[in-house]
Design a protein around this ligand. Sequence first.
Ligand code: SAM
Length: 162
Amino acid sequence: MSRLDSFIRRMTSQKILLEYLVDKVNLVEGPVLELGLGNGRTYDHLREIYPDKEIFVFDFAMNCHPSCAPDADHMILGDIRDTLAFCAPRVRAQASFAHIDIGSADPTNDLAIVNWLAPLIDERMAVGGFVLTALELDLPNFELLEKPEGIHPGRYHIYRKF
Ligand code: SAM
């Protein structure tokens, strides 16, 4: 498969999964967390599919397309390892949904990320809340959910806090 085909497949899966979770997430109280603004593609989509939810976005810097820049109250700048740990006074409620899009292309770096990220995510999520991520997280308080048909096995993971 060419890198173009692989990219298209990844983006298609991401969109299908984000939309698949909307009705379930809307049954849970709490804001949405977008970890990894990047150029703002998935944030822009989250805004569209969650018009009634507050969305807090995390990244080192705001480098997105100007049309999808979060406002200052909802853009949390800095290393997520620090900001996720200390965002409670700003985000207030625990989250109904976290979309995690901060993986690297390097498996060792990804292992380091999941090690610090999993306990922080556990702390920030509401009971019943959903996490969508390409990273495999060790989340003892969560169940791993089935994905809709057509999603490449192993590519994304959906966790739900119980
Ligand atoms: N979701 C984005 C989109 O659809 O455009 C793409 C996100 S991009 C793949 C990953 C982003 O995560 C980058 O902008 C990077 O700066 C950010 N990131 C990765 N690790 C981070 C960390 N530890 N703290 C803050 N931001 C981080």
